[in-house]
Design a protein around this ligand. Sequence first.
Ligand SMILES: Nc1ncnc2c1ncn2[C@@H]1O[C@H](COP(=O)(O)OP(=O)(O)OP(=O)(O)O)[C@@H](O)[C@H]1O
Ligand SMILES: [Mg+2]
Length: 628
Amino acid sequence: METASPAEEPIPASRPARRATAETMASRQREISVSEFFTKNRHLLGFDNPAKALLTTVKEAVDNSLDACEEAGILPELIVEVKEVGSPTNASGSSRFRVAIEDNGPGIVKPQIAKIFAKLLYGSKFHRLKQSRGQQGIGISAAGLYGQLTTGRPVVIISKIGKGRPAHRIELRIDTKRNHPDVLKDEVVEWDKEHGTRVEIELVAAYRGGRTGVEAYLEQTVVANPHLGLIFRPPKGEVLSFPRVADELPREAEEIKPHPHGVELGMLLRMLHDSPGKSVKQVLMDDFSRISASLAEQVCTLAKVKAKTPASSIVGDDVDRLHTALGQVKVKAPSASCVVPIGEALLIEGLKRRFKADFYVSTTRPPSVYRGNPFVVEVGLAYGGELPTDDPADVMRFANRVPLQYQPKACAISESIYDTNWRSYELQQPRGALPLGPVAIVVHLASVWVPFTSEAKEAVAGYDELLREMKLAVQECGRKLGAHLRARERAVSEQKRLHLFQRYIPEVSEAIGSILARPKDVVQKSFFSALPNFVRIAEEKPKATPDGAPPSGGATPPDLPSGAAGGAPSAAAAAPSPSVAAAAAKKAGPKPKAAAVKAPPPMPTKKRSGKSVRPHQPKKRGPVSLAT
Ligand SMILES: Nc1ncnc2c1ncn2[C@@H]1O[C@H](COP(=O)(O)OP(=O)(O)OP(=O)(O)O)[C@@H](O)[C@H]1O
Ligand SMILES: [Mg+2]
């Protein structure tokens, strides 16, 4: 029997030395405050680089101002100021900025100011199902936290709730350990506004142009908010003014209760347990939308749960069965009044505010539901004019009227555009890419709850129902664009034919006149009156844009010469055959160039509002041609 050599003997596993005990580990385990969490993870809230931090700060404050004005029934007038207060700190060009956003909203009552601006997860929108820009209760306090973290400066708020009421100026800091506001200064100041709020945050940031910059955000915001009047004071250059184009506020969105078909089991359980003193039937009727007394009874019967059972005593299988029964009963779809789309006409107005195009079209889909949340998708499209001809389409994504500028690849809205076959609408489209051409596409999702992919609210999650509606809306607009382009193509080719005839009729008339010994004028008159037989003039005009604007692209043929007017001999008798005319034309010389496309009517220009303020003007920036 062979014995193992010492080298082959198994080495006894050495026991690792204990590093920590359950007790020592326990001594380090403690609660994490939400402020501490987001201090470390500020990228989750959209503060991952200085340029984005500036945009997010402006965006959170503007969104809040718009929400507050609309909720109070006030036409919003906003001032956004971005001022550089330090010098660039490093090669990336980041610097210290002071951002101020001022609104004419309802103001904020004094005891609430500190919590709103210096406590994360505090707000009025999270617990309700109502369409609004904000929903999480974290936006503005996160911006203040970022400012505090990068500059050590407090957030400054001025707020006034009505005429004759004091304006409070409050300086705040967040105690991140406790997620609690520290009031550093609290005073009453003179403020010439009747009511409103002004937020000032100092932060390390970078001011950039381009698609993800603050200016682009504001330009897009006015597209989706025609009722907004905005003044923007950038760090350098002229003040921009965006006067409102609609004098009416959007209809107020109705607050709704959860729809029974979208409720998840855990949520149902919480709703039942949070209702002491109520029966199961009562909870079903009171806390869900569209559940009547008889429907509540039907659910209870299906679930084999007595309708009178106290809701807080429901546990185990009963919850499962109630949940299943809720999914089985037939319930009316949620009411459409809880979602407020921009509307087809105003979407076109918004597009015109930004792009000088020839053709505008929009579509608003009927309301639909994902996970019990009602939503509406609408799409607007601008084509031609000053939009760049060889670039990919300019896509603007909106959720509850807020532009989404980051994470396009992760967003269901982009997916719906990439997945559409734009070639069938007469646009070029490289495989798996955006369509090419002078086209701008706006997609707006309005919902009582927008399913963002992260807390930074940058992209919309791809729920099947959402994607389906988005694709249908994009396709609807695409079809209208395709029809317009085809009609325009036909009209342009008819116009070419018309020009050809007009160019050669005098020469051919002269030749034929001399052959037939008839005056040239008589022959020419006959030619012109016979023209409609050869050129389809009237019926080939491209259709008017949906807002009633005249068609663009110059497809309208010019007026016929006066010689074409009535009184001529019968066209069939006097006019030579097209082949005779063509032969004469060939003899007469080279083919004239295609008729020039008529320029679209000029866009309305904005008035100057004040000496130093310039109205927002179209700008060529990157692939985008901007216009008011
Ligand atoms: N300018 C303002 N005027 C009036 N109320 C405001 C204003 N700004 C904020 N608020 C109130 O402060 C709350 C907190 O704002 P915050 O931005 O932190 O959260 P939110 O808007 O509710 O949700 P989100 O985190 O998605 O933005 C709001 O819900 C609103 O009630
Ligand atoms: Mg907010």
